[in-house]
Design a protein around this ligand. Sequence first.
Ligand code: UDP
Length: 478
Amino acid sequence: MDQEKLHVAIISSPGMGHLIPVLLLGNRLATHHHLHATILAVTTQTSYVESQLLASLMDSRHINIIKIPLVDISNLLHPNDAVVTQLAVMMREARHGIRSAISAMTHRPDVLIADVFSSESLPIADEFHMRKYVYVPCSARFVSVTTYCHVLDEEIKGQYVDQREPLMIPGCDPVRCEDVPDPMLDRNNQQYKEYVRMGIDFATLSDGILMNTWTDLEPKSSDALKFNKILRSVVKVPVYNIGPLTREVEESSSKKSEVIEWLDRQPLESVLFVSFGSGGTPSADQITELAWGLELSQQRFLWVIRPPAGSSNDGAFFTAGTGTDGPPEYLPEGFLTRTQRVGLVLPLWAPQVEILNHRSVGGFLSHCGFNSVLESIKGGVPMIAWPLYAEQRLNASIVAEEQKVGVRPAVLPTKKVVGREEIEQMARRLMESEEGKRMREKVKALGESAKEALGIEGSSYNSMCEFIKCCEKKMTRP
Ligand code: UDP
């Protein structure tokens, strides 16, 4: 290892949705900015699909990965604890392992980057005279809400979702109360307390916040976080737009997959891709309505389907691609036969990035996980924004209201079943109408702006250089 190079250690909390953005950041720092990157990955069990994904992302020529085994925390958690509470507890207990891993390194890292759930590890950086940053692989809108939440906590009485007026974050577009991230839905839940604490940590414990977005996607929130006086009195540290870092289409010489061969046979921009991310699982009733809506719309579709959820919409949060892959008996009778000329249903998992970059794909019905939103925009594909959990409602508001590169159901899919007629109409609007055409043109331009932002001298490239310069300048070795 070249001792002269800046060495960055990045902590990842468990779950593919957390590890992938961290790996992408590590790869980017190593390949485009010639830094050393070590990933400190707090891990749970990895499924086969996850291992395959990891193998494709891990470029071991450039980055090291150190696995930090998860300590037994079963006595600290209640089975009903929410996801954010669980992750916060896991990462609190992982601090000892993280400290030991850093201490054992012969080439000590100069910089520690914590992911969203590991901000309580930032003080470890002080012990080793390292600079310390937070990487939030989400939108600037999310960062503004999260860091400002402790102010809202003092100003607003009662539940946020019961407010009559939207939430006002200085300098940002108003946030509809029903669009707040999950931890803000119930102020009495422990995960709300963790979330408020995380926002304070980001803005006060770190030397800066890295966000996986770019200025053209979120000009208003990005500007507010950087320049709005009131917001800056809360977020005192620099914020850097360094995105959109996403997985790219792999150049593979191996045989094309069946799904890509199917897409090859479809007309240009004619297929609506339907997928709810790595863990999204709509209810049985919703799946029935979705099937009818797709059929009635008479659009071509490619649907990644998994068994319906019981009570929650995020059944497979910690693992991807698990479950059975038997015939989808939960679809309406005869659906597969009636739609076989225009539709393809895939169980569990699909090569999403490849699909979104295929010429035949013209729309994406998405749960609006931020990676999916970024991948769709980079692929030039407009969306039906169908948020389910986490901060996806905020992401949907960027897609449908701020950028107008998508449509959104009138009701929140987590509260009410979206009916087949509305689904039919949204599919037609997106795939056939003049409005859909305009959205497609706009999203393609936005996709181009993403590529420019990441290119040499682009806004995100320059922002990353600025961050690296700060790390180099203020670095003090013991
Ligand atoms: N993904 C995929 N195939 C699938 C489902 C998901 O490749 O069938 C990938 C997708 O491309 C994205 C990630 O898994 O990179 C999902 O991340 P996102 O933030 O969109 O949502 P999450 O799954 O974390 O809710």
